[in-house]
Design a protein around this ligand. Structure first.
Ligand code: CAP
Ligand code: MG
Length: 407
């Protein structure tokens, strides 16, 4: 294996990409494992090679500049990367190294992208502020839902439900991650019908509500579906950013700068969940922002999906932070939420948020319109600083939700 040394803990990185990893070596010394990781992710292979000159090594070698227990940081010179090519960057620093025999466990915890690389990506065409401006909802979280069951409703049924829930006060509704173009609910029929509902709501109430059709499909079809939504006056689409792929995500966001691109992260658990292995959700969120997502699922802390308060807050804070001029991204809290949990979600994650309740709306004991009302009441109570218990004394729908799901 490598005789090359990449470790220099006195080294001070300058304008480089910094990757932080958790490392557990397998049957070799920790420092050797660090060298394997640094080498295989950049210019090395399993043996010395005559084609790697000293000059080349000096110019392109990454440096392991920090080792703290099982966490290391590597600074990679920018010449190792093709600007604006996320696939190339990931094939380097999140590629072969995950499969090497010399590491038992490896996790990419964080990436610090320098300005030059950040600027080589376009980022979101539409961001958090654009979503707020479009909906004219200035302070409170956006109240959203996912049509349930995930698959089963026809396009006609879904459009009827859409009208009812928008009338009852929902701001945002979206397809589920696996609802694409089904035999009994085709993408195009559903989109046309629900966008008509959106127009009707605008005519009747002057409200700008959002419908997010899921365009997830093979690349060319996905682009056609997005074009279709755009041509029919739709303002937003959802894509499953991981199952469709980074390159598809980048291309779609680049071509549709005026569309809100809602990123669903289905599949992420396979990469993010094991704390000793894989890639953190923070890294995925950074990639998604570079590639142009407008809003992104990041977790709820309190709902059905895994994710601690610290993790989810760190990700959301990043999405909402300044980042070399890229637009800010709106986090979406979704998964197992119901009115009784909303105050905690807002306490932990703030108001700059899309709060999605699927089961927590459609499962309301008095039906979905009551479900919408209960969600809005819970948000209003929290904005006014009133406990749900007190607020529910005069708000029947909220009371019924609390009776079913608790708080
Ligand atoms: C939520 C949801 C979302 C999950 C994904 C679902 O529905 O539509 O896909 O939130 O998790 O199908 O489970 P419910 P995450 O409100 O009925 O749970 O946002 O963490 O990626
Ligand atoms: Mg879903």
């Amino acid at each position: 294996m490598y005789n090359l040394n990449f470790i220099d803990t006195k080294y001070k990185p300058k304008n480089e990409l910094i990757a932080e990893y958790h490392v557990e070596p397998y049957r070799i010394d920790f420092r050797k494992a660090c060298n394997h990781i640094a080498g295989e992710s950049s210019i090395g292979t399993w043996t010395d090679i005559g084609t790697l000159s000293k000059e080349m090594f000096k110019r392109l070698k990454p440096t392991v500049f920090s080792i703290k227990k099982d966490k290391i940081k590597i600074a990679y010179p920018l010449d190792l990367f093709e600007k604006g090519n996320m696939s190339q960057i990931l094939s380097s620093i999140a590629g072969n190294i995950f499969g090497m025999k010399s590491v038992k466990h490896l996790r990419l915890i964080d990436i610090d992208f320098p300005k030059e690389l950040v600027r080589s990506f376009k980022g979101p065409g539409m961001g958090l502020e654009d979503i707020r401006n479009f909906t004219k909802i200035k302070d409170r979280p956006i109240a959203g839902t996912i049509y349930k069951p995930k698959i089963g409703l026809t396009d006609k049924e879904q459009a009827k439900l859409a009208y009812r829930i928008y009338k009852a006060g929902i701001d945002f509704s979206k397809d589920d991650e696996n609802l694409c173009s089904m035999r009994f609910n085709s993408f195009r029929d559903r989109t046309v019908r629900i966008l008509e509902v959106i127009d009707k709501i605008k005519d009747e109430e002057g409200r700008n509500v959002i419908y997010v059709p899921n365009v997830t499909a093979p690349y060319e079809e996905m682009m056609k579906r997005t074009e279709f939504v755009y041509e029919h006056g739709g303002k937003a689409i959802m894509m499953d950013i991981l199952t469709t792929g980074f390159s598809a995500h980048e291309a779609l966001s680049k071509d549709f700068r005026k569309m809100i691109i809602h990123g669903h992260r289905a599949l992420h658990g396979a990469l993010t969940r094991d704390k000793h292995e894989g890639i953190s959700m923070l890294v995925i969120a950074k990639i998604a922002r570079l590639l142009g997502v407008s809003s992104l699922h990041t977790g709820t802390v309190v709902g059905k999906m895994e994710g601690t308060k610290e993790e989810v807050s760190e990700i959301n804070d990043f999405l909402k932070s300044k980042w070399f001029g890229l637009k800010r991204v709106m986090p979406a809290a979704s998964g197992g939420l119901h009115p009784g949990l909303i105050p905690l979600v807002m306490k932990y994650l703030g108001n700059d948020l899309i709060i999605n309740c699927g089961g927590g709306l459609w499962g309301h004991p008095d039906g979905y319109e009551a479900g919408v009302k209960a969600i809005r009441q819970s948000i209003d109570a929290t904005m006014e600083g009133i406990s749900l218990r007190d607020y529910s004394k005069n708000h029947y729908e909220l009371r019924r939700a609390l009776e079913k799901w608790g708080s």
